[in-house]
Design a protein around this ligand. Structure first.
Ligand SMILES: [Zn+2]
Length: 213
């Protein structure tokens, strides 16, 4: 069950599910709710690049050596991001590192805040759920690959999230930054709609990433 918004949404977004009486549970689940566009074969795990920027852009990061900046992140979100990088992203051909300063050459910038309407979405609140996190491409190369991503995480959500949910959410968002789509597989953090998300990409997704980096 979804809200009245159009069902198709870019894969980096986490959409609200308005379930009366189960709002909080639904909101937690919304981070990983299964969503596969009808035109996408079930085995497709990679979205590649489209050369677009903005709140709905879906591009893979251009670099296999992405430099990260944590822009004033809360310690909890930073710890989950560290976990996802070390235990998921860096287990592929990609090798992440911390950037020394945020500039045009930074590949992935993470922010967290009590977002409410950023990018036009209804962000998480305890009463009716909402968007938990959003990964977008801000600048692209002519190839269509993303030069710099922004990952936004809701601190309102994190105030009530478990460690597993936090790790799963960061795994999910970073997956989008490196081109992964949603999956129906419960063994992947790219599954959308479970309260106890996997904290890793599955082998097929890692193979796809390794083939692209
Ligand atoms: Zn997603």
């Amino acid at each position: 069950m979804t809200n009245s918004s159009p069902l198709f949404r870019p894969h980096r977004q986490v959409r609200r599910r308005a379930l009366a009486g189960l709002a909080v549970i639904a909101a937690i689940a919304a981070a990983l709710v299964v969503f596969a566009p009808a035109a996408t074969p079930a085995e497709a795990v990679f979205s590649g690049s489209n050369g677009k920027t903005g709140c709905t852009a879906v591009n893979m990061a251009h670099s296999r050596y992405p430099k990260f900046i944590y822009n004033d992140l809360t310690s909890r979100v930073a710890a989950h991001a560290d976990y996802a990088r070390s235990n998921v992203v860096d287990q592929t051909h990609i090798t992440t590192s911390d950037d020394t300063s945020q500039d045009a050459n930074t590949d992935v910038v993470l922010y967290d805040a009590a977002y409410t309407t950023t990018c036009g979405f209804d962000w998480y609140n305890e009463l009716d759920g909402g968007t938990l996190a959003l990964t977008t491409c801000d600048t692209v190369y002519s190839s269509g690959d993303c030069r710099q991503h922004t990952v936004r995480i809701s601190t309102t959500y994190f105030s009530g999230a478990t460690t597993g949910q936090g790790r799963g959410l960061l795994c999910h968002e970073l997956g989008h930054a490196f081109g992964l789509m949603h999956t129906s597989s419960s063994s992947s953090c790219m599954k959308y709609g479970v309260t106890s998300p996997a904290q890793d990409w599955e082998p097929a997704e890692k193979s796809q990433i390794n083939a692209n980096y």
